[in-house]
Write a protein that binds this ligand. Structure first.
Ligand code: FES
Ligand SMILES: [Fe+2]
Length: 418
């Protein structure tokens, strides 16, 4: 990893222990991120392959701000192309998802038609009418297809990049990240549904939040109150091989002690009035992988999280919606062939997360209160990100450092050339 550049006016010093607040508020930074991150050599999550199971299926999405379509061709291959008509720029696919029985996607404006790979296959009145109008004789359909992205998959996760020179997805993720993806997705899955969580805050506040173990038991009182997250639990935070920008938290069911009273005796906030649940099945954990790991939050730079919280399984795509707006798209899944009882349990568990979940609602609020607090912030002001010094080492106990967030920023600076 290259050392951060120290000459940028946005980030004038090399430390990642002080993050300039302008990064969350400056539209020029947002524009640069679109160019250097989302249209640059990063791999961006587009969806799960099971969302487009059949030839002709498609899903519209965004890579950064850019509208993109993920589609499956007749030979089963997956393709991604910019959802912007090569004629005059209109959206070609306007539905969130769908199926084209004909295998073509036709722009509503002047009906240019594209195949599942984004190649132009039809232009109305191409030769004009009655010998008049039309396109010049040398108009080449092959040169007017939709802009294509490179697509690669790991298990069911489909990623795309705009950059032909980007390193292969497997190298980009590295062995530590691949191992957990295979752990969670190494068997057939079924998509259970999606939910969208809108946050009036910068996308990086959410990216930080998912790498922020410090807040886990402090913001989310539900965790310690009901013993999902206890101080003495075995836990770990690991980054990718270069200690860069991807991060994986794990919490094991093992670990001595750590009941609710232990947590409360430390004098921290808790939920004293809510010490029992009317239906405790919502927090039950069934060990899907027989490895005792009850929670993994895996953040893959720049825009997706793969999560297992108890038995809720989901991807969370972080979608930029402007300098101070973010949408998190949750796609929940279970395993094909699991019992009706297990499926019902998984659906019950989902009450923990998503926009109205007992836990994730608070992360959305955290993003918003930071963005609100940054209104009117003076130039040059920065956050304090020095818990754990300036280390980005892996940790075997969560909550006492901000190492993973600094890892995110080191990667961010590398890609942004800041
Ligand atoms: S803008 Fe799409 S066909 Fe004209
Ligand atoms: Fe959180």
């Amino acid at each position: 990893m290259n050392a951060p550049h120290a000459s940028s006016p946005v980030w004038p010093h090399s430390a990642v222990t002080q993050v300039p607040y302008a990064l969350y508020t400056d539209p020029a930074v947002y524009a640069l991120e679109q160019e250097r991150l989302f249209r640059g050599p990063t791999w961006n999550f587009l969806g799960l392959a099971e969302e487009v199971p059949n030839a002709g299926d498609f899903k519209t999405n965004l890579v950064g701000d850019t509208p993109v379509v993920l589609s499956r061709d007749v030979d089963g291959s997956l393709h991604a192309w910019v959802n912007r008509c090569a004629h005059r720029g209109a959206l070609v696919c306007r539905e969130l998802r769908g199926h084209s029985a004909s295998g073509t996607h036709t722009c509503v404006y002047h009906q240019w038609a594209y195949d599942n790979r984004g190649q132009l296959v039809g232009v109305p009145f191409r030769k004009g009418l009655g010998g008049k109008g039309g396109y010049p004789a040398d108009f080449d359909m092959a040169k007017h297809g939709l802009q294509r992205l490179r697509v690669e998959c790991i298990e069911s996760m489909v990623f795309a990049t705009f950059d032909d020179q980007a390193e292969p997805l497997h190298d980009y993720l590295g062995p530590v990240m691949l191992a957990n993806i295979r752990r969670v997705l190494g068997r057939p899955i079924e998509v259970l549904g999606t939910a969208r969580q809108h946050m009036r805050g910068n996308w990086k506040l959410y990216a930080e939040n998912t790498r922020d173990s410090y807040h886990g038991a402090l913001l989310h009182l539900f965790y310690p109150t009901f013993g999902i997250y206890r101080p003495a639990q075995d836990s770990a935070a690991v980054m990718d091989q270069g200690h860069r920008f991807h991060n994986l938290f794990q919490i094991m069911t093992s670990g001595a002690g750590g009941d609710v009273s232990e947590y409360q005796n430390k004098g921290m906030r808790a939920m004293p009035a809510a010490d029992s649940l009317a239906d405790s099945r919502v927090i039950e954990f069934k060990d899907d992988y027989a490895d005792g790991i009850s929670l993994t939050i895996q953040s893959l730079f720049p825009n997706v999280v793969l999560q297992q919280i108890q038995n809720t399984l989901a991807t969370r795509q972080i979608v930029t919606r402007g300098i101070a707006d973010t949408e998190v798209v949750w796609t929940f899944f279970g395993y094909a062939g699991e019992s009706a009882e297990m499926r019902a349990h998984r659906l019950r568990n989902i009450n923990l997360v998503g926009p109205a979940g007992f836990i994730s609602m608070e992360d959305g609020e955290a993003v918003e209160v930071v963005q609100q607090g940054l209104a009117g912030v003076e130039a040059g002001a920065a956050s304090v990100l020095s818990m754990g010094g300036d280390s980005d080492a892996d940790l075997d106990r969560l909550g006492m450092d901000e190492n993973s967030i600094r890892g995110f920023w080191r990667g961010y600076r590398q890609f942004m050339q800041l």
